[in-house]
Design a protein around this ligand. Structure first.
Ligand code: ADP
Ligand code: MG
Length: 419
């Protein structure tokens, strides 16, 4: 039985009473009198509770009717819980085991109950703490290839794909947030922008950097008009939780149809930004350099595994409207199919670099920043590291057609550090 009362936000005290009759929670946790509840939401938008008992634990995530990061002055639709649930179902089916198990969705209360990932930690925090996460690049590369390929016209029948596109077109509010906050605000004088003291000149320079603004607009056009596959839509290192041998993707409320390179580029941008911030988090220079090398290697592995898995799916699962076996393999032209694959991967790579460059700008000059930089108390030092990351991000966005391989990007990181 779903709760019949109108939407009301939960709190730790009311949660057992309000959800205590739901079989989906009772079965794993036992009677609500034995539940212990704490709120752990460190995100920007929602309430997240961990509910524990002697029998087990679950996570309850509830949308708020406003953006938590700004407050009640920024109203926001509760529908995002619906889209998060729909997206997690699809992403979990396309790469089984890579998202938390879903237990319950209640549309009226805009809440989702899911598996409590434990002892997983948020990847951003784990990387800042110097954890190695040796499987991260591989797992995320597989996840990206499987979800992006299997959500696209290369895989899905056209009717299914178009109905799904129509469904996710309803997540327009969150799409609009990305369009404004990621692709426009950092490149103009927008009221929500903020930056580290000392970056005034950099923020001003961006607004008169015509090549960069053209790149930002080109990437925005790709994002807004290329409905290629179902994206996670916010795949930064805070949306991934991991242990040394398991990796899970959470927080899919920004899901929408868009270009494959978006999820890839955002994830890579956060690995590269972590690399630029490393000297502030890893004690002495040798351990910071080891952490930096690991981050760059993780980004390279992520892309290589993505490309290899995407190629495997291309060769074995091209069943959708864009299938193309009729044009190539069926006519004995496997080489043609491989050439088309290379073209597709080149497009994803080029887009990913463009999106990564834009993402880096928005995390330094826009509203939402990243902990790797924000936790550096010495603002002079923070500004210096952010300036390097911005130079690198500009290079990615503007010169994305000239950077062919992850190794070339690694060289660009090193070059930006010489700034
Ligand atoms: P928001 O949409 O508000 O950003 P998230 O989905 O990112 O919320 O969740 C916020 C935090 O709650 C995460 O950073 C993580 O610490 C914790 N969390 C979310 N889902 C789970 C889960 N399934 N298991 C364990 N912790 C979780
Ligand atoms: Mg979120």
């Amino acid at each position: 039985m779903l709760e019949r009362i109108p939407y009301r936000p939960l709190d730790c005290a009311s949660l057992p009473q309000r959800l205590g009759d739901r079989p989906e929670l009772l079965a794993p946790l036992g009677p609500a009198t034995g539940w212990r509840v704490r709120e752990v939401g460190d995100g920007n938008l929602n309430l997240v509770f961990i509910v524990e008992s002697d029998a087990g634990s679950l996570v309850v995530k509830q949308a708020l009717p406003y953006a938590r990061v700004v407050g009640e002055s920024w109203p926001m639709s509760l529908d995002r819980a619906f889209f998060e649930h729909e997206a997690l179902k699809r992403l979990g089916a396309r790469d089984p085991g890579r998202v938390p198990d879903l237990k319950l969705f209640d549309p009226t209360q805009a809440l989702l109950v899911m598996e409590h990932l434990t002892p997983h930690t948020v990847v951003r925090r784990a990387l800042m703490a110097g954890e190695e996460l040796p499987r991260l690049g591989e797992h995320v590369g597989l996840y990206l290839a499987r979800t992006l390929f299997r959500g696209s016209d290369w895989s899905l029948p056209t009717a299914v794909r178009k109905a799904d596109l129509a469904l996710f077109a309803g997540n327009v509010e969150l799409a609009g947030i990305t369009e404004e906050l990621v692709f426009s605000d950092p490149f103009k004088d927008a009221p929500l922008n903020r930056h580290t003291p000392g970056l005034e000149a950099a923020a001003l320079a961006v607004r008169s950097d015509r090549a960069l603004k053209i790149a930002a607009q080109e990437m925005k056009a790709r994002f807004a008009t290329c409905a290629e596959t179902l994206l996670h839509g916010d795949l930064h290192t805070g949306s991934v939780m991991a242990t040394a041998d398991d990796t899970r993707v959470i927080d899919a409320e920004f899901a929408l149809y868009g270009p494959m390179g978006f999820d890839v580029g955002v994830l890579l941008a956060h690995l590269w930004m972590a690399c630029f911030a490393r000297s502030a988090h890893h004690g002495d220079a040798p351990s910071a350099d080891r952490a930096g090398a690991r981050l760059l290697a993780c980004a390279e592995t992520c892309w290589q595994v993505f490309a290899a898995e995407f190629a495997r799916l291309w060769r074995t699962e091209r069943t959708g409207i864009l299938g193309g076996c009729d044009l190539f393999e069926d006519q004995g032209d496997s080489e043609g199919s491989e050439a088309a694959l290379a073209g597709q991967l080149a497009t994803v790579w080029r887009d990913a670099l463009g999106f990564a460059g834009i993402e880096i700008h928005r995390r330094i000059l826009g509203l939402a920043h990243v902990a790797e930089f924000e936790t550096i108390a010495d603002t002079g030092r923070r500004a210096a590291l952010e300036r390097r990351a911005l130079a690198f991000g500009r290079h990615l966005a503007v010169n994305r057609h000239a950077l062919d391989t992850p190794a070339a990007v690694t060289c660009a990181v090193l070059a930006a550090e010489g700034v």
